[in-house]
Design a protein around this ligand. Structure first.
Ligand code: SF4
Length: 106
């Protein structure tokens, strides 16, 4: 993929990008799995998986389908055990994916 920079060489770690944009600390995800029920058939990762991937600067936080297809689920606004604002984090990851030239998975 020409022009695609999945890794953070020029952008900084994802957890810092999210913290700067939203004040949400994705490293606070306790892997409690309470958000596993927030799911739609198109999602390939749970919200917890996305939070923990972002926390570890794992590129899958940007290349998964969940960040693109979860709007309906996000509207249900279920509570995160760690108080993370799912919509704010997911929208930041979308913007970061677009910045790095990563397009929505089909
Ligand atoms: S509810 Fe929050 S703390 Fe629990 S797994 Fe999901 S993102 Fe992590």
């Amino acid at each position: 993929m020409d022009g695609v920079n999945i890794h953070s060489d020029n952008r900084g770690p994802l957890n810092f990008i999210i913290l700067a944009a939203t004040r949400q600390d994705v490293s606070s995800c306790a892997n409690c799995q309470n958000c596993d029920d927030l799911h739609s058939p198109e999602m390939d990762l749970s919200f917890g998986d996305v939070m923990r991937a972002a926390s570890h600067d794992d590129p899958i936080a940007l290349t998964n389908r969940t960040i693109w297809v979860s709007d309906g689920v996000l509207e249900s606004m279920a509570q995160c055990q760690a108080g993370l604002d799912f919509p704010a984090v997911i929208h930041t990851l979308r913007r970061e994916a677009e910045t790095r030239g990563i397009t929505k998975k089909r």
